[in-house]
Ligand binder design. Structure first.
Ligand code: SAM
Length: 232
């Protein structure tokens, strides 16, 4: 039997309708779907009548699980990888699987689609010609401050993933280090409670303190480059 392939299949970041025909077709025809969280993906798979076998593949089991996954693919199993939301490989264990599979000569195919960082960037109103993706800032205060200091002279728009419960601490830290720059907070993109803040960092802090901008759900922060003028 010929060796199977890995399909990196992008799934919606909130609105279940944001899935491609090819993504559905791929998920319907593969032998196995690796999900970051099988319970989270069950809703999506059920709504598109996808019945392939699923199993979990996340940060805590990736190292242990990858050799068995690769063995099954070498024996002919076509395998899709999906993350909880968006494009697998962006701030999730997808990169690890891709790197290990490439070492074994396994073919990787992409089925492209949504990613939260790109949707947030394009609606931010901040420059899109040059940007840098920083993913999640470090949890440790000293390492986070060090990372933010590296952005003092950044001339590209910077994108961060963040959890809403940390945003209240991070914004004042950011303002202390990079100054009161323009920022966009994009929350719950494509979902019913989508909310976007555009303005200065100090304005964002005020909006959060007054309850005008909610700190719930999922969030992307877009920070203006060093020299960007006020957008509001
Ligand atoms: N692979 C995903 C992608 O392509 O966007 C990202 C996975 S990462 C573990 C999850 C982070 O993505 C969240 O903490 C949040 O920062 C961001 N995110 C995911 N869905 C989002 C949404 N609907 N609105 C805003 N941010 C979102």
């Amino acid at each position: 039997m010929p060796q199977g392939k890995i399909y990196l299949v992008a799934t919606p970041i909130g609105n279940l309708k944001d899935i491609s025909f090819r993504a559905i077709e791929t998920l319907q025809t593969v032998d196995h779907i690796l999900c970051e969280d099988t319970r989270t993906s069950a809703k999506l798979l059920k709504s598109y009548g996808i019945q392939a076998k699923t199993s979990s593949f996340h940060d805590h089991n990736k190292a242990h699980k990858t050799p068995a996954v690769i063995k099954r693919i070498q024996a002919g199993e076509n395998t899709a990888l999906i993350s909880d939301a968006g494009t697998p490989g962006i701030s999730d264990p997808g990169f690890y699987l891709v790197r290990e599979a490439l070492k074994e000569g396994i073919e990787i195919t992409t089925v492209p689609g949504p990613s939260a960082f790109l949707s947030a960037l394009v609606i931010s109103g901040l420059p899109t010609d040059r940007f840098v993706f920083e993913g999640f800032l470090p949890k440790k205060n000293s390492r986070r401050a060090e990372r933010l200091r590296q952005l003092i002279n950044e001339t590209r728009t910077t994108i961060f993933y963040e959890s809403p419960h940390r945003i209240k601490n991070i914004l004042p830290e950011m303002m202390d280090i990079v100054g009161d720059r323009d920022i966009c907070l994009a929350r719950e993109l494509t979902k019913v409670y989508e909310q976007i803040f555009r303005g200065s960092i100090s304005g964002a802090i005020k909006a959060i303190d007054s309850g005008g901008f909610l700190v719930k759900g999922e969030l992307v922060i877009i920070l203006a480059p060093k020299s960007e003028k006020c957008i509001q």
